[in-house]
Structure formats: C-alpha cells, structure tokens
Write a protein that binds this ligand. Structure first.
Ligand code: T4K
Length: 369
C-alpha cells in the first residue's frame, strides 16, 4: 500500500528562503496595498512572461472578473463549458451572457471553426481557455474577433511560462488572465494576474482591484478588493527563482507517463502542439471504455482504492451547473460532453516520484481489457 498521492502538490521554496524574503515586511510593517514586493513581482513577471504589462491580483478568478468589468462589456461572451467554474462565473457575475461553443476533440480548447456561427449583434467578446496548458487556435480566434470587432480575453490560468512561436503566451489577445493558485505550476499561495497591452485598461484594472478608488477623494467605479498582499508576492518572488527547474521536473514525470500509456488502445493522451513551449501543467487522459475496457469512473475508483487521488477536471461541464437552472443545453456542446464524461487528470507535480508514476500506470493498465 503506497502513501496517498494527490492530484498535485504545491511547489514551495525552502522555509529559509521564504523567511529571508519576508524579513523586510517585518521591518517595514507594510503588509499589503501595492507594497514593494508587489511592485517587484509585477516587474519580474512582465519580464518572465514576456508581456507588455502585468497587473497582480488576489487570484485568477478576480483577474477574469475584473478584466471583463474593466472593458465595460455588455451582451454575450462566446466561451467554452470545458473549464473550471471560474471562467463561466466571471462572465455571469458581470451581468454578461455566456454563449457556449464546443471544443476541439484533440486540444480540448474552443473549436475556432464553430465560433463564427454563434456571433450575434449582442456578442461583445470571446473568452477561450488554454485548458491544461494546450494553446487555443489563437490565429483563427483573433481573425474572427478583428472581423467582428470583439474583445479576446484568454483564460490563461493553466499556461504560466508557456510560449507560442517564441512569444509569451500572455501577450496574445486584448488580455490574458493567469492563476497563481497553490495548485498551479507557479504559485503565489493565492494569486493571479492580467497581462495586457493597453495602458488605459491597466489603469482601470488598478482602480478596480482597489474599490474603484481613483484619488484620495474620488471613487469612480464600483470596484472590488483584489490586491495581492506582500506575503503572497514574496512567495511569488521565491517560486519564480525555481519555476524553470520545477517545469523541467514536471516534464520528466510526463515523459514517464507517456512511456507507459502512449499507444495503449482506448486512451487519448494530451497532444504536443507544434510551436508551443509547454509547462506540463496537467496530465489528462480520455478513456474510451469500449476500446480500453474500463470507464473513466472505474479507473478513478481503482486508483482511489489504492490511495491515488486523480481528478475529473473538468466534469461536470459548466453549462450543466445547477446554479444555471437548465438555462443552457450541453447537447449543443457534444464534444465537450464526450470529453468531460471520460477524462481523468492524473497526479502531476515536480516532486512526484517516477516510481509512483510507474505504480499509477500499473493500476490503470491492469484494468485494460
Ligand atoms: N480558470 C481556470 C481554467 C482554472 O482552472 C482556475 C482555477 C481559474 C480560472 C481560477 O483561478 P483561481 O481563482 O483559483 O486562482 C483547484 C484550484 O483551487 C483552482 O485554482 C484550479 N483552477 C482548479 C482546477 O483546481 P480544487 O477545488 O480542485 O482544489 P483542491 O483544494 O481540491 O486541491 C487539489 C489538490 O491540490 C489537493 O488534492 C492537494 C493539492 N493542494 C491543494 C491546496 C489547496 C496542495 O498541495 N496545496 C494546497 O494548498 O480547485
């Protein structure tokens, strides 16, 4: 019986490194509200992510929510249901209407060939997700957006540090929103960021994350409190020093999974897209029960029985959530439904032992017909 293995485990610096990083916070008593650590991290991330500007926030969800608010959008937003609750909620919480587009069966990202027929005179934006770190068909999405005058906001929660054709992934579209949650490739404990080009958008975001305060005696927007605090920024500064090494270790874990699972009939592994430098954020496997001989849920249970906690990211689809009271119809996104009912993301983190990967694969392959 092996120790429990969870779907992921947060990357952390040594305690000593973190203590050194937070020492000045003790000395200055400056804990939050855009302090020196916040400023330093913002600058370092602009460089690391190779983007024009970064605005730091409390989490990836607020990055999405405040970006939509900062753009003053009204009407419909074309998006994917194959994502975490956050993407759809950010749209709905802004009083916008999500219009669900199906996904590509190989990359699981928005199927760009299906976007155009969903556009109406109320469409104001497209919010695709680089799900699992797979990069959306950005050329086609942005061509459509230009043609119809739509904003493009990428949910880039899973793509920290990735590049496409050598360009920082956050430099595409009008904005890209990252999550720095504890479970992500790169974390600031809780945290997130918006990458953008337009300075006006940046000013709006800066104010919206601080209650919409424009000046000492002026509040000109109904903002939120979404400021990253100094302890989170300090964690981010430490983790940034090690993230390349962490990604290299993740790559080794992914390669080990591939050695065992590549080519097994009935298993669909994640693709390696050309021109993408990956961060190895997730290891999704789509199980075709008829060919493999066991369903996703049977694999999930077999792993759980042996202390391995894989996760059904992303099941259920967001267009089936109870909070939407059957307003949307998952029949209209059949590929997303197919994948969502069959996908399992296997444990993946930098320090996952390769012997544990072997054991996880052994459990899975024993279920093969
Ligand atoms: N857009 C997309 C596409 C997203 O996937 C997400 C978040 C967002 C937007 C919003 O970003 P944030 O506002 O969260 O920054 C997790 C994360 O909470 C969430 O950030 C993430 N996506 C989602 C896919 O996964 P849960 O409810 O599955 O997490 P939880 O608590 O079950 O943790 C999973 C595993 O991670 C645990 O079994 C062990 C490990 N873990 C967890 C925590 C909290 C750690 O090792 N350390 C920790 O501190 O949602």
């Amino acid at each position: 019986m092996m120790d429990n293995i969870l779907v992921t485990r947060s990357s952390m610096p040594s305690l000593e490194e973190y203590i050194e990083e937070i020492r000045p916070i003790w000395e200055s008593h400056w804990l939050t509200n855009m302090g020196p650590k916040h400023k330093e991290l913002q600058r370092k991330l602009e460089e690391y992510l190779a983007v024009d500007y970064v605005e730091l926030l409390t989490n990836g969800h607020m990055a999405l929510e405040l970006t939509l608010q900062a753009m003053n959008l009204q009407g419909e937003v074309i998006t994917t249901p194959f994502t975490f609750a956050s993407t759809t909620h950010a749209i709905v919480r802004n009083g916008l209407e999500p219009v669900f587009c199906d996904i590509d069966p190989v990359t699981y990202t928005l199927d760009a060939s299906k976007v155009e027929k969903l556009i109406t005179d109320r469409t104001c934006a497209i919010m695709p997700v680089h799900v699992y770190g797979n990069v959306c068909n950005m050329e086609e999405i942005e061509r459509i957006a230009r043609k119809y005058g739509l904003k493009v906001i990428y949910d880039a929660a899973h793509t920290f540090g990735e590049t496409y054709k050598g360009r920082g992934i956050g430099s595409f579209g009008d904005a890209s929103c990252f999550s720095f949650h504890a479970t992500k490739v790169y974390n600031t404990i809780e945290g997130g960021a918006v990458c953008y080009h337009n300075e006006e958008l940046g000013k709006r975001l800066y104010e919206l994350k601080n209650f919409g305060i424009h000046g000492p005696e002026e509040v000109d927007a109904v903002g939120a409190n979404a400021k990253m605090n100094e302890f989170c920024a300090a964690m981010g500064l430490c983790n940034l020093r090690h993230v390349d090494e962490e990604i290299a270790k993740r790559k080794k874990v992914v390669e080990r999974y591939r050695e065992h699972l590549e080519g097994v009939a009935g298993l669909q592994l994640n693709v390696e897209q050309p021109d993408v430098k990956y961060n190895y954020a997730y290891f999704p496997v789509v199980f075709d029960e008829k060919v493999f001989g066991a369903s996703r849920n049977e694999v999930f249970d077999a792993l759980a029985k042996r202390g391995v906690c894989a996760r059904k990211y992303f099941y259920p689809l967001t267009n089936t959530f109870a909070c939407f009271h059957n307003k949307y119809n998952a029949d209209e996104t059949p590929v997303a439904r197919y994948v969502s009912e069959r996908v399992l993301t296997l444990p993946l983190y930098a320090d996952l032992a390769l012997e544990d990967v072997d054991r996880i694969c052994h459990i899975i392959l024993k279920l093969k017909a």
